[in-house]
Design a protein around this ligand. Structure first.
Ligand code: UD1
Ligand code: CA
Length: 502
């Protein structure tokens, strides 16, 4: 969707200098996360969505830590530093020092208001510019306006006279249920001028940004309010109760977006999807699923139940059941789980299979290749159509270095193998059950390492006398006398070998 030129503001200033003490956290408030992003990145993303020429974030509390986070996640923003003069008015004034434009519309938003969306900001800019206003505040009517600044209107309600802070309001003003969200559109020149005239003669001794409205009106300029019906969208996070509430609300909104786009989500109450996740049409998300980060689910894939995927790509028509994956790729129509763990660098080809109780890491598994049961495959390349037998382990780590294992196409690795890396098994080769593969197996060869089996007749009767096993053996052998224990195989020499083998 293109942004109309007329509604793109000259600048957005995001206020994030406050300490956020009610979070009771060592982490700066705006770096707390919901929906897979920090509060501040949500705020910056909404601001960016309006296509501003300049985007400034005002910092003070934990300035370096927050600036570093911005450099990593929103490199295009300019950081402005607020000095020791407190108040939202001073914060905007410090922000404006970084704005090079001298005219146009400036939006002011907060770094701790995560649900605000670009469409609402664009509507605010449009309404503001259409009215030729000096200032337009985004307001909301709320059941409990305690603590908020109240919107003061003319008797007939058509004009905004100004904003009074809760702490400065008289009893009649405290009855007003229309509150200031803290989000505004300003005429840049008016804002610069009015900020220069702000005092601190108020209950908090701060420079109030809210006073700009009355100043502009006093100068004969139009001041307006746009009332939003969506109260959650303008709500800020002050403590962890609100963080959880807005996190749940954000999740609800993200799920609704996917549902409306044609994704089946069987149980929204137990499904958590981050803001940056994408999901194809007709995918099915079963109960108990968490999709995090940049996870991408293909069309008609089935995920869950009880599956967590982070930064993982799942191809069209694939199925992932009761599993956990991180930085993995699951090919189209492939199957994973139940109960498997796909670690970073797992790349399962189309129609491949990672079955039950399998852990994989840094492994390329070819098309239609299968690791069906109870295996660990790390630092390996498995060719197309190959089958890895149950219980096979790739021993990739010699205690000092990790080595790579290569298994060719259409290989049959027997059950319970240990592939000691670095080792290569050629195309079309096979290995016997229980093989410890320490040497390369050439293409088309059968590799075996297990010693040939020897049976020591009557061992249980001699060495496990008095046990249930002995009774079972005797019953099976049909010998209730002592003769079975004295079969030719049961010689003293054999007993000695048994000891040595332990
Ligand atoms: C402010 C408004 C109030 C409005 C409310 C909505 C003023 C004077 N009051 O209240 O009318 O109803 O927001 O939440 O503007 N900040 C700075 N620097 C500062 C102070 C604040 O950057 O010196 C930032 C904070 O980090 C926060 C935002 O501004 O993101 C709002 O600050 P906060 O103290 O929560 O709001 P109030 O001043 O109580
Ligand atoms: Ca607040």
């Amino acid at each position: 969707m293109g942004i109309e030129e007329t509604t793109a503001p000259a600048a957005v200033i995001v206020l994030a200098a406050g300490a956020g003490t009610r979070m009771r956290s060592r982490r700066p408030k705006v770096l707390h996360e919901i929906g897979g992003r920090s509060l501040l990145v949500h705020a910056v993303t909404a601001a960016e969505g309006t296509g501003p020429a300049e985007l400034v974030v005002v910092l003070r509390h934990e300035r370096d830590r927050v600036a570093e986070h911005l450099a990593e996640h929103a490199a295009e923003v300019t950081v402005a530093d607020q000095d020791e003069i407190p108040g939202t008015g001073r914060a905007v004034q410090c922000g404006l020092e970084q704005v090079t434009a001298s005219e146009g519309t400036v939006l002011v938003t907060y770094g701790d208001v995560p649900l605000l969306d670009p469409a609402t900001l664009r509507e605010l800019v449009s309404a503001h510019e259409a009215a030729g206003a000096a200032a337009t505040v985004l307001s909301a009517r709320v059941p409990d306006p305690t603590g908020y600044g109240r919107i003061l209107r003319s008797k007939d309600g058509s004009e905004v006279l100004g904003i009074v802070e809760h702490k400065d309001a008289d009893d009649a003003q405290r009855e007003i249920d229309e509150i200031n969200s803290g989000i505004y559109a300003f005429d840049l020149a008016v804002l610069r001028d009015a900020l220069g005239r702000l005092g601190t003669d108020n209950a908090q001794g701060e420079m109030y940004l809210t006073d700009v409205l009355a100043i502009a009106r006093g100068d004969g300029r139009a001041v307006r309010a746009v009332v939003t019906e969506d109260v959650m969208m303008v709500e800020g996070v002050n403590d962890r109760v609100q963080l959880a509430q807005l996190g749940a609300e954000m999740n609800r909104r993200i799920l609704e977006r996917h549902l409306r786009a044609g994704v089946t989500i069987v149980d929204p109450a137990t499904t958590w999807i981050d803001a940056d996740v994408s999901i194809g049409q007709d995918a099915v998300i079963l109960p108990g699923v968490q999709l995090h980060g940049a996870t991408d689910i293909g069309e008609e894939a089935v995920i869950g139940p009880d599956t967590t995927l982070r930064d993982t790509e799942v191809g069209a028509g694939a199925e992932v059941v009761r599993s956990h994956a991180l930085l993995a790729v699951v090919g189209a129509r492939a199957a994973v789980g139940p109960f498997s763990y796909l670690r970073a660098g797992t790349d399962l080809g189309a129609e491949g299979k990672i079955g039950g109780f399998v852990e994989t890491k840094n492994a390329t598994i070819g098309e239609s290749a299968k690791i069906p049961h109870l295996s660990y495959v790390g630092d390996a390349d498995i060719g197309e159509g190959t089958n890895i037998g149950a219980g096979t382990i790739v021993a990739n780590y010699d205690g000092v270095d990790k080595h790579r294992t290569t298994v060719g196409r259409q290989v049959r690795v027997g059950a319970d193998n240990v592939l000691v890396a670095p080792v290569t098994i050629g195309d079309g080769a096979a290995t016997g059950a229980g093989t410890t593969v320490r040497k390369d197996v050439p293409a088309g060869a059968l590799g075996v390492s297990a010693v040939s089996q020897r049976n020591m007749e009557g061992w249980t009767l001699r060495r496990r006398a008095g046990t249930a096993a002995e009774a079972a053996a005797r019953a099976a052998l049909g010998t209730d006398d002592e003769s079975a224990a004295r079969t030719p195989a049961g010689t003293a020499a054999d007993e000695h070998k048994e000891h040595e083998q332990r």
